[in-house]
Design a protein around this ligand. Structure first.
Ligand SMILES: Cc1cc2nc3c(=O)[nH]c(=O)nc-3n(C[C@H](O)[C@H](O)[C@H](O)COP(=O)(O)O)c2cc1C
Length: 149
């Protein structure tokens, strides 16, 4: 699939690792939102971030505020967090859906906080996230071509 973008916000570099692994799958540079704050047109956009106090990273939320359905096609959320129950980026998803942006999927993985899930995301987590991203892009491309999977 063409026109794939991967952007991330991070406080402890977990999302950077995940975003870079996803970028590698598609041969695109994973962009840090802090350095690249202005959204560009994308057919499929991976938004990568962690959970803080039960919510999405505020930097990722501010970036999502700037997205527009006219230049952003489909979005995949990629979330790492210490708690399984808080892993969904509900507020980010709601913001995007409110803008008419199609959130096609969410990839989740453990992200350590002090002694909780300390060594995550590990190599295996990162690899599974990258594989999940590739599978989702295939599904999106197939359904865009008119074949449901
Ligand atoms: C100050 C702080 C607060 C956090 N709050 C939560 C939380 O409320 N729920 C949760 O599941 N994980 C929480 N985490 C864990 C992070 O979501 C997790 O480590 C994530 O992988 C961090 O991603 P990042 O390094 O890309 O920002 C917190 C981590 C820190 C450092």
């Amino acid at each position: 699939m063409d026109n794939i973008s991967v952007v991330y916000a991070t406080k402890t570099q977990h999302s950077k690792k995940l975003a870079e692994a996803i970028g590698k799958e598609f041969d695109v540079e994973a962009k840090n939102i802090t350095k690249h704050p202005h959204p560009k047109a994308a057919g499929l956009l991976f938004l990568v971030g962690g959970i803080y106090a039960g919510k999405s990273n505020p930097v990722l939320l501010s970036y999502a505020e700037k997205l527009d359905a006219s230049i952003t096609g489909k979005v995949v959320l990629v979330t790492s967090s210490a708690s399984v129950t808080h892993r969904n980026q509900r507020n980010l998803r709601a913001l995007l859906v409110g803008k008419g942006i199609d959130v096609v999927d969410e990839i989740t993985c453990p992200g350590g906080l002090l002694f909780i899930k300390f060594s995550h995301p590990n190599k295996i987590d990162i690899q599974s996230v990258a594989e999940a991203a590739k599978n989702i892009s295939r599904k999106v491309a197939t359904s865009a071509a008119g074949h449901d999977v």
